[in-house]
Ligand binder design. Sequence first.
Ligand code: IVH
Length: 696
Amino acid sequence: MTEQERIMQLRAELHRHNHNYYVLNQPTISDQEFDALMRELQDLEALHPELADPNSPTQRVGSDLSQEFVQVEHIRPMLSLANTYNKEEVREFYNRVREGLGGESFEICCELKFDGLSISLHYEDGRLVRAVTRGDGVRGDDVTANIRTIRSIPLNLTDAEAGSKDVRRDLFSTDGQGDLFGRAEQKNPWPREFEIRGEVLMPWESFEALNREREAAEEPLFANPRNAASGTLKSKQTAVVAKRRLDAYLYYLLGDELPSDGHFENLEAARSWGFKVSSHMRKARSLDEVFAFIDYWDTERKNLPVATDGIVLKVNSQRQQQTLGMTAKSPRWAIAYKFQAEQASTVLREVTFQVGRTGAVTPVANMDPVQLSGTVVRRATLHNADFVAQLDLHVGDHVLVEKGGEIIPKIVAVDEAFAHQPRGPKVEFITCCPECGAPLVRYEGEAAWYCPNETGCPPQIKGRIEHFVSRRAMNIDTLGPETIEDYFARGLIRNYADLYELQVDQLSGANDSRIRSARKTIKAIDESRQVPFERVLFALGIRFVGESVAKTLARNFKSIDALAQATLDDFLQINSIGTAIAESVIQWFRNEDNLRLVERLRGYGLQLQLSEETLSQQSDRLAGKSIVISGVFAHHSRDEYKALIEQHGGKNVGSISAKTSFVLAGENMGPSKLEKAQKLGIDIIDEDQFLQMIGE
Ligand code: IVH
């Protein structure tokens, strides 16, 4: 066998093993054997760059290079469905279908409604050629490179591109497994061209593992698997996507030469071609059967490995679908029935109050433990004082708890079913901070009550230090919340400046085994002195000064001293800075305690001004210009262009308007942007012209 033949053989074999593992859940070889085949293929491909194939199983691990998404038009528009939350409307839908079909008999295909994001996969000659997100239904993002990393999506339905069909027969007839997907005979060959649509999602297990990792790294958590899947699929690095373990269920086959008139039958065929199609689809012949399906899954869905948010009902025959047609927005032949968010009823025992880093006080309901969406819930948020008052909440009340799209469960109502029972004392919102006793205050336009004792209230102090050391701020990664708690309790730190006074022996105490980690901590603190000014500014924890505001302020004022002196007018000169931010910064620098902190940080050698290097790279060449970026670039990534625009005093904006100064356009600029720019007579500048403009 030549090396070329071996490559083709390995690719086909690895595709088959992926399918066995990720679609059928029936691996036939061990992980080690799989890895060995993969390594062999990687080595051979390295020797034969001329045989590179984006659909090779080796490409599923992705790359760290930054990619840009190009917008493309869908071959067939991607419609959405009419939604309902009530069974009466399902009955009406059923009756409308019956009438629309003039009494003809029909079947309804009942399916789970997967809660992820929809994707359209386009295949030609059995190969995945493009994967596009829904976008606005007409155009979406080309996310093919990311989709290739999803192991359950077949990249090649056939190894036909390997050359002769004989190779294929050789490969698979001898091992008794039939062809690529274990079929002895191919009943429904795939059409030369087709689209298959479905949902990309993150299984619960991957989602929970991901959030555990993010928690450990002090990164913000994803609220639910859908957000996690969507954030992942939009990632610019395919390697990140590959690690996140997405999955995909396919539920709609489109094309001119489909195997059957029946939607259900087409999906069964697609399953036999290697696609992951849910095994929970059923054809119903009566409304009762439809309702039975809904009722069954309303509870049973809790045992599924992925999130679902309803049931989709589709008229099965495509001929009948055509007869029924469309409304302006959605097909008349389908409807989505959405489940109510899961609720549980339990008893309120006590309301406690939690003080956050900013001093905001959140009321928390402590309840009798209750099972909800797979976990036991004991605490739920009550949001704020207004919400508590609105509920007229009493201790001992039965309350309804819901886990919506957020991680933290919330109280939605008092359970009226128990309204006749005697009630305990009314829940009163506190007037003083539960942590430090300071009288609470309320700021104009905000629902929350705040503890104003910023420098003396423990959770605020600890929260500020946690923020200061966090990865995107000073990145002192050896200091987690528990260590900070420990140092705080031992009286070693009262604010973030104290970190720079810490000594190894203080941290380790008399305990020798702690010396190593203490040294590491001191080293990390030491190294943070080099963190650039804009991140120091972010680390200070000034209200409303997030990462990007900190960057803008650093670029405009260049040093902390200039910032401390700035007047309201100085701030308002800056495009993206409004009065709320300006006043918050001015306030912060009026506080003597803060000024003392800054002086101490200066003494410890922190960067309180832009570095010479950054300063020398700055210019005013784009001052006052609003610039739109569109398309794909050759010399720099889109993010780099954004940074360059800011570095030279310009402003990057998202959409074209009469105020746009010019469009920086790469390859494949979106046609709607192009049209708009032309209509408004706005200059379109290419990469080279732009680089010349800023003197690069
Ligand atoms: S069929 C014209 N089937 O729900 C039919 N959609 O608005 C188009 N979804 O955008 C969709 N599970 O993202 C269909 N079994 C299923 C589905 C499903 C989830 C999503 C899909 C669509 C939205 C409905």
